[in-house]
Design a protein around this ligand. Sequence first.
Ligand code: CA2
Length: 145
Amino acid sequence: MSKIVYILNGPNLNLLGKREPAIYGHETLADVEANCRRYAAEHGVELRFHQSNAEYELINWIHEARECACGLIINPAALTHTSVAILDALNACDFPVFEIHITNVHKREPFRHKSYVSLRADGVIAGCGIQGYELAFMRLMKLAG
Ligand code: CA2
């Protein structure tokens, strides 16, 4: 069994901790990555952590993960609510997929209530702040056994 986990982050998440702290908190994406790297090291897993503002880059990383990963965690950001292409890419993957949102999207505007990615995700975590990444990672490690 491969010991590579992908964590992918969609558009504008590079601004985490730099704008709109009342909604997204004060921690940056670098903080998220550091937490996830610590968790991965504790579990003897190689972490491939990426962020992009371009949909095609996220899709290419999903394709890459298909070839080598044991699981994938994705915060697709706004693409959650629009991207059939990301759903199609995830549908081509056999490993567990977790969708994570920092905020509780169900408490927010109606357009955030719909998720294409949830049609494929094995689990969804929303509203737990950046801790959601580690919660998803914990579940993934349980499934990867
Ligand atoms: O709650 C989440 O994690 C979201 O995926 C974040 C997305 C939003 O479109 C989703 O509906 C829910 C937005 C990511 C943008 O992040 C920013 C962070 C700081 C400042 C501005 C944007």
